[in-house]
Design a binder for this molecule. Structure first.
Ligand code: ADP
Ligand code: MG
Length: 679
């Protein structure tokens, strides 16, 4: 019998290969599938007659296959399947790329429904890579009403997923609904089972809405509960007081090569005042990319170390950990403070260099997730800082705070480059106090952003050459590592080859991506920082935190593949010193919406505004997983829905008033402990 834990490979029609492909999407059980939500829907309720098709519009057509054949494109080494489809009003050409098997599914004479974008290729209208469905007559189970679209990897089809979910949709009733009944009632939410059914098989948009509302509310509700529970705990907990080591800190600050901005000063002061108390600090430091959060963190860590306690800084990537380690080592060279680096591949200590027991000797420890994964216990932690906090879960935060041998909690600071407005930040992260760095260091120039059309590419290269002659450095970002058969998506390897062999053979160019060994990555980053490399071709591994003040151009290939707030983060890799800097965005897409989206980058210079624009232009589903990087990971809800957030907060407060330890809501408790929600 099927149940929620039934393994994917035990479902009807799932063989080993499909199971393996599904596992790549993290789909292992029936339950996983039920919670794999579509990111958008296609409206098959309206079929357009071929004669009435318009250029650049998405449309659904139904017709008969007149002709279908595979061709091999010699230049791009790919298959093109060409078909001619007719209905009673006319004919249209249809093509698919690299799906030669289609000719086995669709034969001349078959009736099909197709959904896709209509373009004009100079020889007439053409539909490229449409979703297709064989139909009998002009009716079909699949294509009536709204058709869900799931994010899939190669070699899985929408149809397969829909077919699998159809098999198990009845199981939705067996999932315990963890939302308190009163909450569901007062917020007018449908049941979980209904919501899951509607989100996969809606008959109309109203059902989609109801489903999203229910599922989204639960996400926000859990987020709020989580945050309230942490707050409860902090209110009861004790931390060690730290003294403000005024003389030494002032001396350190005046030894810096720059003057702190007022905002940096204020933030550092707020943090130090908090650490003087016995209530554990729980503070969020917000400052746009390049505003200088690191030095504020260093001041706080130094004060902790001078108090004889340990300070821990956790960052999301190894590259960033190494960078911070080097920077902080240099900054604190006049102090006799051991500094440790702890990542999957590094266990260093500036003073002891003892790889066997590297921790807990250092007073200042910089590390990645490895700190949590390897359950490093700290001897005497006084301060825990998480950089780019949105990359970590609440749960991880809790673990890091609690991983210590004493019963007192360390003071806690998280830092983010996402400038969420104060009111929203308070609603979202109610357990945190807020410090905001709202000014950039003096002398920074505005970064000029351009959406560069293909025919201006050579000019861009010329400009790059000029900048390099002047001593500057360049980042080139690509969406993928390897050359892909997907149409028009640039890869690091391909671009590297092109730039290195053809465009700039005289320059020093290197590649950076997640598949390199830590040692290699580190060497490349160090060489880039030392200006031994002119151009760094990289994936999104340098998205956050990387600080190379001499870099002045970031060129982003396939820019349409990234969310706007992500692009904003990339852009923040340049303009980090006094040099005038530039961001060049490239795209193969000519879709008006894509261009509009990218052009928003020219006008706006604020990650939060950009995120909101992205959401408006693309819709919530499309945006999930790209734009929402930098925000709590919500699958359905959005953080811009301030009203829902407030409601979720007050519902969470109500529940905790009645059931402070969630003893009567075990379901919820369990859900919270496995929540992936990121705060
Ligand atoms: P972010 O807030 O993005 O983490 P960083 O802390 O990496 O920014 O700082 C960006 C750059 O600005 C670094 O090279 C840093 O040394 C420099 N910087 C920080 N504060 C100041 C300041 N007050 N004046 C000039 N440069 C500064
Ligand atoms: Mg930073």
């Amino acid at each position: 019998m099927l149940n929620l834990d039934t393994k994917i490979e035990d479902l009807y029609s799932v063989g080993k290969t499909i199971a393996a492909r599904l596992k790549r999407l993290d789909l292992k059980t029936a339950k996983d599938l039920l919670f794999y939500f579509p990111f958008r829907y296609e409206d098959f309720r309206e079929i357009t007659r071929i004669k009435n098709l318009k250029v650049n519009a998405n449309a659904n057509i139904a017709g008969q296959i007149e002709l279908i054949q595979n061709k091999k494109s010699p230049r791009k080494r790919m298959y093109i399947t060409e078909a001619l489809i007719s209905d009673e009003s006319g004919k249209i050409k249809v093509i698919w790329f690299n799906q030669p098997f289609i000719v086995k599914n669709l034969r001349i004479g078959d009736k099909v429904s197709l959904s896709g974008k209509v373009t004009d290729d100079n020889f007439g209208l053409i539909m490229k890579a449409p979703i297709y469905e064989k139909i009998s007559g002009f009716e079909s189970v699949h294509t009536q009403g709204l058709m869900p679209n799931y994010h899939l990897t190669a070699n899985l089809t929408q149809k397969q997923i829909r077919f699998l979910i159809k098999q198990i949709i009845k199981l939705a009733k067996k999932i315990p609904d963890s939302l308190p009944r009163e909450t569901a009632k007062s917020q007018k939410l449908i049941s979980l089972a209904k919501a899951i059914e509607y989100i996969h098989f809606p008959e109309n948009y109203k059902e989609v809405e109801a489903a999203r509302k229910r599922l989204g509310f639960e996400e926000l509700f859990l987020l709020q509960l989580q945050s309230l529970l942490i707050k409860q705990k902090l209110d009861k907990a004790k931390a060690k007081k730290q003294k403000f080591k005024e003389k030494q800190i002032k001396k350190f600050v005046s030894s810096l090569p720059f003057k702190l901005t007022n905002a940096q000063r204020q933030a550092a002061w707020e943090i130090i005042q908090d650490t003087e108390k016995t209530r554990p600090m729980s503070r969020l430091l917000e400052g746009d990319v390049g505003s200088g959060k690191t030095i504020v963190a260093v001041i706080a860590m130094l004060n902790t170390a001078l108090n004889g306690q340990q300070a821990v800084l956790m960052v999301p990537t190894e590259i960033l950990a190494c960078q911070h380690f080097e920077t902080i080592k240099k900054l604190l060279k006049n102090f006799d403070i051991p500094i440790g680096l702890f990542t999957r591949s590094h266990k260093k200590n500036t003073l002891e260099n003892n790889p066997q027991s590297p921790i807990p000797n250092p007073q200042i420890i910089i590390g990645t997730h490895a700190l949590i994964q390897q359950k490093i216990k700290f001897e005497n932690p006084g301060l825990v800082i998480i950089d780019e906090q949105h990359r970590f879960g609440v749960e991880q935060r809790k673990q890091l705070i609690e991983n210590n041998k004493t019963s007192v909690l360390p003071h806690f600071l998280s830092m983010t480059a996402t400038p969420i407005p104060r009111s929203l930040a308070l609603a979202l992260y109610g357990d945190l106090d807020l410090s905001i760095i709202n000014e950039l260091p003096k002398g920074r120039q505005k970064i000029s952003t351009f959406v560069v059309p293909e025919n201006k590419r050579e000019d861009a290269y010329k400009f790059i050459r000029k900048q390099i002659k002047a001593g500057r450095q360049i980042f080139v970002i690509c969406p993928l590592i390897d050359i892909s058969d997907k149409l028009g998506v640039k890869s690091v390897k391909e671009e590297y080859k092109k730039l290195n062999e053809r465009v700039f053979p005289e320059l020093s160019i290197k590649m950076l991506h997640g598949r390199l060994k830590a040692k290699e990555k580190e060497k490349i980053m160090r060489d880039f920082l030392d200006n031994k490399i002119n151009i760094l071709v990289s994936t999104s591994v340098i998205e956050v935190g990387v600080d190379v003040p001499n870099a002045t151009i970031i060129m982003i290939e396939g820019a349409d593949r990234f969310g706007l707030s992500q692009l904003h983060q990339f852009r923040g890799r340049v303009g980090r010193a006094e040099h005038k800097s530039y961001c060049f965005l490239f795209t193969d897409s000519t879709a008006p919406n894509t261009i509009k989206r990218l052009q928003a980058m020219i006008r706006y210079n604020n990650g939060f505004e950009l995120a909101e624009i992205d959401l408006k232009l693309r819709g919530p589903g499309e945006v999930y997983g790209t734009i929402q990087k930098g925000f709590p990971v919500l699958k359905v809800a959005t953080i811009f829905d301030y009203e829902q957030i407030k409601k979720a907060r007050s519902e969470a407060e109500n529940l905790l008033k009645k059931d402070p330890q969630l003893e009567k809501s075990l379901n919820l408790k369990e859900k919270l402990s496995q929540a992936e929600i990121i705060n």
